[in-house]
Design a protein around this ligand. Sequence first.
Ligand SMILES: [Zn+2]
Length: 494
Amino acid sequence: MGVPFMSSLPRTLGELRSSIFSEERLRTRHVKDELRDNLTARLRSDGDAPVFPGIVGYDDTVVPQIINAILSRHNFILLGLRGQAKSRILRALTTLLDPHMPYLAGCEVHDNPYAPICRRCREEVARLGDESPIAYLAPDDRYVEKLATPDVTIADLIGDIDPIKAARGGHGLLPRANRGIFAINELPDLAGKIQVGLFNIMQEGDVQIKGYPIRLPLDVALVFSANPEDYTARGKIITPLKDRIGSEIRTHYPATVEEGIAITAQEAWTRRNGHPLHLPNYVQEVIERVAFAAREDKKIDKRSGVSQRLPISAMENVVSNAERRAIRNDEKVVVPRISDVYAALPAITGKLELEYEGEMKGADHVGRELIRAAIAKTYDEYYTGANVQQIVQWFDLGGEIQLSDSVPAVEALENLKEIQGLTDKLGPLSVSQKDSPEQQVSAAEFILEGLHAHKRIGRSEERVFKAGEKKPEPVREKSVEPDERPYRQRRQFN
Ligand SMILES: [Zn+2]
């Protein structure tokens, strides 16, 4: 059970004894018991409420396994590629800590007032007795996080302890995490002998420093994260440490485009001061599908993955490019277009770890291919089976239109209306001729970009849409099936 809010918390050891923070309660309440108790209370009070608010897409996979690990009082590790919310989940564990945890004021290791482990506190309690001052930690103060690197030392972890003068809390990370949560990210990057030290503390509460055993009976919930391949690679993690990690839990990327969109919508900074934003669904889908396409692409390194931060940063740049256009043209509403997704390449390329073939082509080229593939797929969601022959014909007959990402909507719309049949086709996107010019232009441009992604029409570097190059074997195409079928067969993304 959590501790209810108290306007006046006990300030001395004497007051503490007769409060709800009794000696008996604190003696049996180790961190893992506390996590377990508060989790149990949360599950009991509302079985349907999310245990970790803001973590999307893990309800049926990762979250139940974490709940089990906490109920089992395990140290556990999250295995997953980057950008799978691993650090975020670990940080969210603090929501399962008590709102106030009493400790001996001034103690670096946040000693239990009834059973201090450091010399300073033992001496103080002996001198002051029930007058010993008490302070409190909030949940966030009880979370210590470290990114493992090969140069992390025992001193970083434990602190500078002089073995001759014997144990003295020190300033190391682990003692500072005493009675809290200690998270180590990228555990396999920790040197072998540091892993041994960590194991000894988990196992026995002691550690060897310069050959001397130091007693360090810490109360810490240890949690880790790692890339799965690093973790399972032979020799990366010492076996006894692996043995002491109670649960291995695999994280994953969003399973569906819808989940990806939900995460990106939650994380991306799009609600800004200034012009109101109208963000079309098809733009959200294209951005998300860029990440999905990248995760499948042979030219991109599978081992490091494609972070969810890619669509999040891309979304922010897409909105910015649209915002820039709206400000310059004095438009009332910000409506992103597909050309804004291309303008967001700087937020995409840096997040792709390229394989050799990708490097040969260049990050920019690979990024553009991914966007194009994402557009083609999104276009199919809305326009499979639609008759767009009239639009294609307009270009085949020599029509051309330039549509730069900076052109004002009113002006662009006037030009787009010259393409017969185009503005009649916005229905599947839930846009009509009654909507704002900004919305109509964005929707019409999506159709043109979709046709271009399927190579039915062409487009130059200067964003001039024109007839496609093609013209091969028109006879055979017609004999297959009328109308829409041929272009789908001809679809190629590369
Ligand atoms: Zn102390």
